[in-house]
Write a protein that binds this ligand. Structure first.
Ligand SMILES: C[S@@+](CC[C@H](N)C(=O)[O-])C[C@H]1O[C@@H](n2cnc3c(N)ncnc32)[C@H](O)[C@@H]1O
Length: 224
């Protein structure tokens, strides 16, 4: 799964995913995985225990002091923490209560507001309210059948003139990939233009673990 499809955790993740999919539950397996890891990040395939390198590089080029930032599907919290260290007022949420518990344990003195929440069931008051949104590998962790809903949920959270950063695996075909992860296509990303998003920059990324997979950090600005 994710950046480590080739490691021995893959089978465990695939089994968990297929168990949950039998009841059309696309997200329940995340909490089971975090809980069963019992604090060992080696049991979380996507855990890096450091911010994403593309986010680190991007942050060298911008000023985000006092920006209202949101991290979607924050996992173990490293990306949220670097945004807070750079001066943003950060809210970070994840659907898995065990991941949020883990973040709070790792960063007890953090200024980040860590919350358990479902991207698809956020309070309407969150809409159009963030200056900066960071989403890393959450879209691709959810199946294609709910992709349009997921992208819409993300798109409506940003203020006009705000910045959205997406880190994702990319796929070139319309065909449904064998996942998870389910890499994102250009056609799916183009849905963002319906909400006033314009692509500003795209930085390709090669993971040392998965050199053959196309990945990128994509920066968007919302124009309306
Ligand atoms: C592949 S992990 C990536 C975690 C982190 N963003 C990273 O890059 O290390 C996907 C994360 O999204 C969370 N997630 C999945 N569906 C979600 C939803 N509907 N709402 C909020 N979080 C969700 C999962 O619990 C998991 O922590």
């Amino acid at each position: 799964m994710q950046d480590d499809k080739i490691n021995p955790l893959s089978q465990k993740v695939d089994d968990l995913v297929s168990d949950h999919q039998q009841t059309d539950d696309h997200t329940g397996w995340f909490d089971v995985l975090y809980r069963n890891a019992s604090g060992n990040p080696e049991q979380i395939p996507w855990a890096r225990m450091q911010p994403h390198p593309c986010l680190k590089n991007w942050l060298e080029t911008v000023e985000i002091i006092n920006k209202k930032a949101l991290v979607i599907g924050c996992g173990l919290g490293d990306d949220s923490e670097i945004l807070a260290q750079k001066g943003a007022k950060v809210t970070a949420f994840d659907i898995a209560p065990s991941s949020i518990e883990w973040c709070k344990k790792r960063f007890p003195n953090s200024s980040v507001d860590y919350l358990v929440a479902d991207l698809l069931k956020l309070a309407p008051s969150w809409k159009n309210s963030f200056d900066l949104i960071f989403e890393s590998r959450t879209i691709q962790a959810l199946p294609l059948k709910i992709r349009a809903e997921v992208i819409e949920a993300i798109a409506t959270l940003l203020k006009p003139r705000g910045t959205l950063l997406i880190v994702t695996h990319l796929r070139e075909t319309k065909d449904s990939p064998d996942g998870p992860p389910w890499p994102v296509s250009e056609e799916e990303l183009s849905q963002l233009s319906n909400y006033g998003y314009e692509e500003i920059a795209r930085t390709p990324y090669i993971s040392p673990n998965l050199p053959s997979i196309q990945q990128a950090l994509i920066e968007y600005q919302r124009n309306l």
